[in-house]
Design a protein around this ligand. Sequence first.
Ligand SMILES: Nc1ncnc2c1ncn2[C@@H]1O[C@H](COP(=O)(O)OP(=O)(O)OP(=O)(O)O)[C@@H](O)[C@H]1O
Ligand SMILES: [Mg+2]
Length: 225
Amino acid sequence: MSRIILEDVWYKNIVRGVSMKAENGVTAIIGPNGSGKTTILRIIVGALKPDKGRVVVPSRIGSSWQNPYYTFTKAEVIEEFIEIYGDKGRAEELLKTYNLESLKNSYTFKLSMGQARLISILIAISWDPEALVVDEPTNGLGVREKRMVEDLLKNIKIPVVIASHDLDFVLRVADYVYVLSNGRVVAGGPTLDVFYSSILSVLGFPEPYAVLVGRKLGRRLRSIE
Ligand SMILES: Nc1ncnc2c1ncn2[C@@H]1O[C@H](COP(=O)(O)OP(=O)(O)OP(=O)(O)O)[C@@H](O)[C@H]1O
Ligand SMILES: [Mg+2]
């Protein structure tokens, strides 16, 4: 079983002594703008080398970034998947599975932000990686597409690390959460423990509606459905 471990990791003054681990399930990093979330993800995939600390990761990590267009290397969407699978039929099948057939021959650089994000996440998982890193998985996504990404991340059988500002989404999808502030982990643990503690309001994050309702009902809700 692959896993991701960071032990006392430092990078410039951006990441300060971060320790975290991600095994099966979805681990989310939350925190204000500039708190170091993306930097940690870049350290996990090996794009940045920490100044100090220990990083244990599997060799094949799929990733999708804040700017999803970075993922693309081909002109048309379908070509990205043919490149991966070496098989047109399988590539078409994948797009069909996710109801994205209509984007088959779209130019990757012309996709909308939300479409580009979906395709970039699908590319990341299609390489059959041992772990997955997704920066801001819901940015630009419509309600239906968000649900699709939620299902996808919940069902994939490898460690998944996301960085997100979308607390409603994190509450629904994540098994573990780390809260980052100024490059330090200020709280971490099972998602419901973190969200139903006082840490979010202490840090000035508005609590998700489901948490407010959950508190009133005396139940730890993940959503109000
Ligand atoms: N390679 C780099 N060298 C120096 N500073 C950097 C580098 N990359 C990011 N920074 C700075 O580090 C800080 C943390 O950036 P990072 O992108 O990790 O934050 P973030 O938590 O992902 O923010 P956001 O929520 O806006 O995506 C920012 O102040 C940023 O300007
Ligand atoms: Mg970021």
